[in-house]
Design a protein around this ligand. Structure first.
Ligand code: NDP
Length: 326
């Protein structure tokens, strides 16, 4: 038997509870992993609270991220004792995820722990940090370089936003952080933000073309914010869009794209092919250091995960949440 959070949906409603589970209940897969750490991402918050239909099979163990040690593997690519990391692939949505002491997984989803990171540090990064890295790589692919001007990060106090600020600053960009929590300005500056703006400047309907300000932007917010970010992006600039914390809508015009050659680059971490994941994680391992991770992430126990998921959706959590599972 082992401990895990189980989400159930039946005649008694939708609920998440910490329960005793049996190995026999685990889904099929080639590799059995003893999970040491998991995390709480925005998506895990949605899954645990049931606020959005993220979970597509019941019962479900949530947790889109996990890191731990292989206990058993029928695939020779992995052997007992190997340290592994997993992000996405529908885990925590359609396949039991990381918020339990054990997980049985498909071997093709697993990555060896990146060199230079501990399992705990890998989870301090988690899907949020890895997605921020994919966003930075998307801007780089569009030719956005530090000498071109300011790069905006929206949702800056969140998990993706915190890492986007830290990574861009480390790479030499001048970062402007947009936030609804100006009281966290010192934190954002400690990550490397040069300037903080109030997210209210971006969150209401705006003009289709605005003052050309951003050479690039990383947006985890969507909705009017993303529309305004595109409208304020400089000629030839690029915006990496990865999130929907304000909303899934995109009430924009094509003006920035057809009159200023702005590129809107979509970023998905869940089904991202393995070579790109490995590239992102290797870059992350070189760009994040222990003090930066300690600044961004804080640790909770598995028994606190359900309450913290609610706080996360209420915008009360700063940075990243690492969950110590076992
Ligand atoms: P967090 O909850 O940690 O951060 C979200 C941040 O968005 C908040 O901290 C807040 O920042 C800002 N925010 C929240 N509500 C609003 C609002 N109504 N209007 C404007 N800003 C708001 O989440 P994550 O960082 O884990 O994820 C961010 C987004 O990215 C989510 O939508 C998530 O689903 C998505 N995502 C997508 C991935 C992909 O593969 N495409 C992977 C990972 C995440 P502040 O307080 O600074 O204003």
């Amino acid at each position: 038997m082992f401990k895990g959070i189980l989400i159930e949906k039946d005649d008694n409603g939708y609920r998440a509870e910490l329960k005793e589970l049996a190995e026999l209940q685990l889904p099929e897969g080639e590799v059995l992993v003893r999970v040491e750490y998991s995390t709480l991402n925005y998506k895990d918050g949605l899954a645990i609270t049931g606020k959005s239909p993220v979970v597509r099979r019941f019962p479900m163990v949530p947790g889109v991220d996990l890191a731990g040690t292989v206990e058993d593997s029928s695939d020779p690519a992995f052997k007992p004792g190997d340290r592994v990391v997993l992000n996405g692939w529908g885990v925590g949505e359609v396949h039991w995820g990381g918020l339990a002491e054990k997980a049985r997984l498909k071997s093709e989803w697993l990555m060896p722990l990146p060199e230079g990171l501990s399992v705990r540090q890998a989870m301090a990064v988690g899907t949020a940090g890895y997605t921020a890295m994919l966003c930075v790589m998307a801007l780089e692919r569009q030719g956005v370089t530090p000498d071109q001007g300011e790069v905006l990060v929206t949702g800056a106090n969140g998990g993706v936003g915190s890492f986007a600020v830290q990574l861009l600053a480390k790479l030499g960009y001048r970062v402007v952080a947009s936030t609804g929590r100006p009281q966290e300005a010192d934190y954002l500056k400690s990550l490397g933000a040069a300037e903080i703006i109030d997210r209210a400047e971006l969150s209401e309907p705006g003009k289709p073309l605005q003052r050309e300000r951003w050479a690039g932007a990383i947006d985890s917010v969507g909705s009017h914010t993303l529309a305004n970010v595109c409208a304020g992006t400089r000629y030839g600039g690029a915006v990496a869009a990865c999130g929907l914390a304000q909303g899934m809508d995109f009430p924009a015009t094509v003006a920035p794209f057809i009159l200023r050659g702005v590129t809107l680059a979509g970023v998905d971490s869940v089904m991202c092919p393995m070579p790109k994941r490995v590239e992102a994680w290797n870059r992350l391992a070189g760009l994040v250091d222990a003090p930066a991770l300690d600044n961004i992430a804080h640790e909770i126990g598995l028994e606190q995960a359900i309450d913290t998921a609610r706080d996360l959706l209420d915008g009360k959590v700063r940075g990243r949440v690492i969950v110590k599972v076992a």
